[in-house]
Design a binder for this molecule. Structure first.
Ligand code: 9G3
Length: 569
């Protein structure tokens, strides 16, 4: 490819609307252009990288016995009614009508579609396990599409669905996919961490999210500084705090009423009473399936609503409004407490061990001190209800949790019968009995992965593509293409690199060398070969490694194979 022909409109300036470095660099290096909010055109360089990632994904899916198919983007509403999910996603689902006024959606995911396909095709255990996947556009009408292709409304996903006869076979599919994902991201030059995530469904289904750790990530994760434990904070467990010696020995005080006019926040209470937040017990009021329930957490902890919802096993969960709070506690917001509260009460496991706690008095401007579990209040159930934080103990070892932010580039889910039951996808087992298919689903955000690779592989001059996904692996730059000896040497090297199946670009433009070097650095070719008058006079050319900025000269006749060697390194 000649740079004079390549359609890669590079920009010197950082586009104002791009905050994320990957968004900025994809625009500036001429990889993408925005069509409308959250919808992008992939220009030649962008599409080449996309294809390199897809090639790696395809190879690893095939190696894991996946078979590629192409599912429709247009999906009939009827299927989503059968699973009861048509309304679940509200405005995020792109809906449309055909000429007969029939309702459809643009596929945000494909569980319904593929299960409907399989229920009419698979009848015998002999056909299992079945692992089908596609690499296809998805449509989700994000409220705030931003960060470029990192969170688009039209994006490319690889989604594989596994159909298994029993838990054991499902586990095999899950493990095969988990390991395939580790290989895929490693081959893409992407440092990812699998984190345990909340499966959303009630019940023990397993799921892991593959995260790219980055400050710009939107997912909050914690990981252990000693073992491999890592989890999305929605799900992260915490180690029960040992009750420090003095707390356990501390004598129980008598419960006392303290007038605390207008003191409603933990901070105000700390300064008013001069005691620390870990002595307080917060009482949060929720409506679980429309019924009021009180949740207790220690004053310095945060309640985790995902854990609370799973603990209660309720379908809907929302904070109670102030009217309800007044009605059920007899006091305005900020004075609720467990003593004398006639409501179902659940408590985080760090609450019962708090000695002589400070709690709301269920009366305006009143708090109680010296409150002790069992003597002064009781709870219906105790569980792990609080949000894991940096500094907490690791639930798996004696290590400490560290907080980080992640970009989710892949997720593996065990679905069990979540879709095969409502859609009645069954098979006949070895003894001829009809049984529901067990499913798993496994997604990779392919377009998001391209952006994530840039987040982890760039410097102040632009992108530093890993060789495995670079749009072109090398660029040959004659300093002055008008000079015949330079041009001939450059073309010879370009031709022999192509002959060694190195994807290479020849910068034949009549531009100043500085412009060529800036573009090469911005676009991020992993390797450059510069043919300049001085080095050529000594029969040498210069090889430059983009990532390390290392430069060295080699004899012009060895340039091609030296470059090919450098690329394999
Ligand atoms: C929708 C809309 C948005 C959605 C979904 C449905 C997320 C939806 C979850 C999944 C789970 C897995 C297969 C590949 C891996 C992820 N956002 N999810 O189901 F209608 Cl508008 O997509 N699906």
């Amino acid at each position: 490819m000649l740079m004079s022909q390549l359609y890669a409109p590079t920009l010197r300036e950082v586009p104002a609307e791009a905050e994320l470095i990957s968004h900025q660099l994809m625009l500036r290096s001429g990889m993408i252009r925005k069509s409308t909010a959250g919808v992008y055109t992939y220009l030649p360089l962008g599409l080449r990288v996309l294809h390199r990632v897809m090639d790696i994904v395809r190879e690893e899916m095939n190696r894991a016995d996946g078979q590629e198919i192409m599912l429709p983007i247009i999906q009939p509403a009827e299927l989503w009614h059968e699973t009861g999910r048509w309304e679940d996603y509200g405005a995020e689902m792109f809906k449309l009508r055909d000429r007969h006024e029939r309702l459809f959606c643009l596929g945000p995911t494909h569980e319904e579609i593929i299960t409907a396909l399989i229920r009419s095709e698979v009848r015998s255990y002999r056909q299992l396990p079945l692992r089908l996947y596609q690499i296809q556009n998805k449509y989700r009408d994000e409220i705030r599409p931003r960060f470029g292709v990192m969170r688009g409304r039209e994006f490319i996903m690889k989604d594989l669905y596994s159909f298994d006869k029993d838990e054991e076979q499902l586990q095999e599919s899950y493990t095969a996919m988990y390991e395939a994902y580790e290989r895929i991201f490693a081959r893409c030059g992407l440092d990812t961490r699998p984190v345990e995530a909340d499966s959303g469904t009630i019940g023990g289904d397993m799921t892991h999210e593959f995260m790219v750790l980055a400050e710009s990530g939107e997912a909050q994760v914690v990981y252990c500084d000693s073992c491999s434990y890592a989890a999305n904070v929605e799900k992260a467990e915490v180690r029960l705090p040992e009750v420090e010696g003095e707390d356990a020995a501390e004598t129980m005080q008598a419960m006392a009423r303290v007038d605390t006019p207008g003191v409603t926040t933990i901070e105000q209470l700390e300064s008013f009473l001069g005691s620390k937040a870990d002595r307080f017990v917060k009482t949060m009021l929720y409506m679980a399936d429309e019924k009021p329930v009180a949740a207790l957490v220690r004053g310095d902890h945060t309640l985790n609503e995902v854990k609370l919802q799973k603990h209660l096993g309720c379908t809907t969960l929302a904070l109670a409004d102030s009217t309800t709070i007044e009605k059920v506690t007899g006091a305005p917001v900020g004075f609720a407490g467990p003593v004398g509260l006639s409501l179902p009460i659940v408590a985080d496991c760090a609450v019962p061990v708090v000695r002589n706690a400070v709690v709301g008095g269920n009366e305006r401007d009143l708090h109680l001190t010296g409150v002790n579990f069992e003597r002064d209040y009781n709870v219906d159930t105790v569980g792990d209800l609080r949000q894991a934080e940096a500094g907490d103990g690791c639930p798996r070892c004696s290590g400490t949790l560290v907080e980080a932010y992640g970009i989710e580039v892949g997720q593996v889910f065990k679905l069990g019968t979540k879709y095969s039951e409502p859609l009645n996808a069954a098979y006949l087992d070895e003894s001829g009995r009809e049984r529901l298919l067990l499913m798993g689903c496994y997604g990779i955000g392919v377009s998001r992965t391209v952006a994530a690779i840039i987040e982890q592989n760039h410097d102040e001059d632009g992108i530093c593509w890993p060789v495995s996904v670079a749009p072109y692996q090398a660029v040959v730059i004659p300093i002055n293409p008008k000079d015949e000896t330079q041009r001939d040497a450059a073309e010879a090297i370009y031709r022999s690199l192509s002959a060694e199946s190195v994807s290479v670009v020849l910068d034949d433009r009549n531009e100043r060398p500085g412009v060529k070097f800036k573009d090469a650095d911005l676009i991020g070719f992993p390797l450059r070969i510069v043919i300049g008058p001085k080095t050529l006079a000594n029969g040498q050319v210069e090889i430059g490694i983009r990532k390390t900025k290392e430069k060295y000269t080699v004899p012009v006749d060895d340039a091609a194979q030296e470059a090919a060697k450098a690329i394999q390194r």
